[in-house]
Design a protein around this ligand. Structure first.
Ligand SMILES: C[S@@+](CC[C@H](N)C(=O)[O-])C[C@H]1O[C@@H](n2cnc3c(N)ncnc32)[C@H](O)[C@@H]1O
Length: 395
C-alpha cells in the first residue's frame, strides 16, 4: 500500500487530463474534430499538473456553485448536479481529491485490508480509487449519474486500473455479489429528503452484502445537520444490534445528540495538493483541514470491538483553551465527558495531554472527578492508544 499523500499527488495530473479531454469532447470544435492537429497542439501546450488561469476561473465558478448548493443552502443536495458538465468538472478537480483523502484516512482504520469493494453513490469514484490504492483487488463503482461513471471509467483507463461501473439508485437492487467493504461517500445525506428511517433501512440492506469481518464505511459532510442525521441513523442501527467499528467507543445512543447544539465530526490534517489550494482561492473558499463525519459499521451479528482496558476516550473536540488550562471533550465506553488539565500539573507522565488532537484515542489514570468531567492532576498519566485515523491498539 502506498503513501496516501503521494498517491493523491499522482492522481492530480490524471484528473486534469481526463477533465480536459471530456471538456473538449463536449464542446463544438472549431476547424476540425477533436483529433485535429491544432487541438492536439493546444493540449500539449497546457501545464500537466495545474490549471491555466482561464481554467481556474471556470472551475472556481463551478466549485462556488457546488459549495453553495451542497454546504450552504443545500439546494443541490439530491439534485442531478453530476449530470451538468460544468459542475461535474468542478467536482472532479476539487471535491474528488478531498473525498479521496478522507477515504484513505478512514480506510486506514479498518481492521482488515478489503479485497472486493463496492462504492455506492460513487460519483467519479474517489472512494473507489482510494480503496484500490489501499490494496483492493476488485472495485465496483455505482451511481445514478452516467456522466460521473463515464469519468470514473476514464480515470481508470488513465491510471491503468480496472474498474467496473453500475448504474444504481436506492430504489433499484444493489449490484450483485458480496463485498469485503462497501463505501458510501457523501451520498447518504442526499437521500430520502433527510428522513432517518429509510436511510437506516438502506444501510441495513447494504450491510447484508458485506462479508463477515468486512465493513460498511459511510462518510458525510461535517456540517451540523448532516453529522447529526448520521448519528441518528447510527442510533437506529445500534439499537437494532449493529456494532460500530469506528469512531465510536460508546455503545449506547450517541451522547452528542443529547443537546441540540452538539454534534460529532472528525478532522484530519493533510498536505493539501496545490491544485486544491489554487481552486479554493479562485472560489474564495477556505479548505485547510479535512473535516468529515464518518461511521465504520460491522455486518449483522458481529460484536463491538472490545475496548482497551482502563479509562479510555476518543478526543472529539478541538482543544478548548482556558486560563492556564486546556479542556477537550472525550467520548469513551462510559460516555462523553469533559477532560481538563491545568498547565501547572504538566509533567513527564501527562504532558501528551497538550499534544492530543481530535480523533486520538487516549487512556488516562488517576484523574479527579470535576463537575461533569474529569481533571488530570500531577498524579495522572496519559497514553495515546491510537492517533486519529489509526486502528485502536486493544490492550
Ligand atoms: C457528493 S457526491 C459524492 C461522490 C463521491 N462518493 C464522493 O464521496 O466524493 C454524491 C453522489 O451521490 C449520487 N446520488 C445522489 N442521489 C442519488 C440517488 N438517489 N441514487 C444514486 N446516486 C445518488 C450523486 O449522483 C453523486 O454522485
Amino acid at each position: 500500500m502506498g503513501d496516501p499523500t503521494r498517491d493523491l499527488e499522482q492522481w492530480i495530473p490524471r484528473l486534469i487530463a481526463v477533465w480536459r479531454r471530456h471538456r473538449k469532447a463536449g464542446k463544438p470544435q472549431r476547424g476540425g474534430g477533436r483529433n485535429a492537429p491544432r487541438a492536439r497542439f493546444e493540449e500539449e501546450e497546457l501545464p500537466e499538473g495545474n490549471l491555466t488561469k482561464d481554467e481556474l476561473r471556470e472551475i472556481g465558478a463551478g466549485v462556488k456553485q457546488l459549495s453553495m448548493g451542497l454546504t450552504r443552502n443545500r439546494e443541490l443536495a439530491g439534485a442531478h448536479y453530476m449530470d451538468d458538465p460544468k459542475l461535474l468538472g468542478a467536482y472532479l478537480l476539487f471535491y474528488w481529491p478531498v473525498s479521496y483523502a478522507q477515504a484513505r484516512s478512514t480506510l486506514s482504520e479498518l481492521p482488515n485490508r478489503p479485497r472486493a469493494v463496492l462504492d455506492l453513490g460513487s460519483g467519479p469514484g474517489p472512494l473507489a480509487f482510494a480503496a484500490l490504492d489501499a490494496g483492493a483487488t476488485s472495485v465496483v463503482a455505482a451511481d445514478r449519474s452516467k456522466p460521473a461513471l463515464e469519468l470514473a471509467r476514464a480515470l481508470a483507463t488513465e491510471a491503468g486500473e480496472g474498474m467496473a461501473t453500475r448504474e444504481w439508485s436506492p430504489e433499484k437492487p444493489l449490484p450483485e455479489g458480496k463485498f469485503d467493504l462497501i463505501t458510501m461517500g457523501h451520498v447518504v445525506n442526499e437521500l430520502y429528503n433527510g428522513a432517518i428511517e429509510p436511510r437506516a433501512e438502506l444501510l441495513e440492506r447494504v450491510l447484508e452484502r458485506v462479508n463477515p469481518h468486512g465493513s460498511l464505511v459511510v462518510i458525510e459532510p461535517a456540517l451540523k445537520d448532516t453529522s447529526r442525521a448520521l448519528l441518528k441513523v447510527r442510533n437506529v442501527l445500534v439499537d437494532k444490534g449493529y456494532a460500530v467499528r469506528a469512531p465510536c467507543l460508546f455503545r449506547g445512543p450517541c451522547p452528542a445528540l443529547q443537546k441540540d447544539s452538539d454534534w460529532c465530526h472528525a478532522e484530519r490534517s493533510w498536505r493539501m495538493p496545490r491544485l486544491i489550494e489554487d481552486i479554493a482561492h479562485a472560489a474564495s473558499l477556505h479548505k485547510e483541514s479535512l473535516k468529515m463525519s464518518y461511521l465504520v459499521l460491522a455486518p449483522r451479528g458481529e460484536a463491538w470491538p472490545e475496548p482497551p482496558t482502563g479509562a479510555v476516550f476518543r478526543i472529539v473536540s478541538e482543544p478548548l483553551e482556558g486560563k492556564g488550562r486546556t479542556r477537550f471533550m472525550g467520548c469513551g465506553p462510559e460516555g462523553r465527558i469533559g477532560l481538563a488539565m491545568q498547565e501547572k500539573h504538566e509533567n513527564e507522565k501527562n504532558r501528551l495531554f497538550f499534544k492530543v488532537t481530535r480523533g486520538d484515542v487516549i487512556r488516562i489514570t488517576d484523574t479527579e472527578d470535576r463537575g461533569d468531567g474529569r481533571a488530570l492532576t500531577d498524579q495522572s498519566s496519559l497514553e495515546i492508544l491510537a492517533n486519529a485515523g489509526k486502528p485502536v491498539v486493544r490492550t
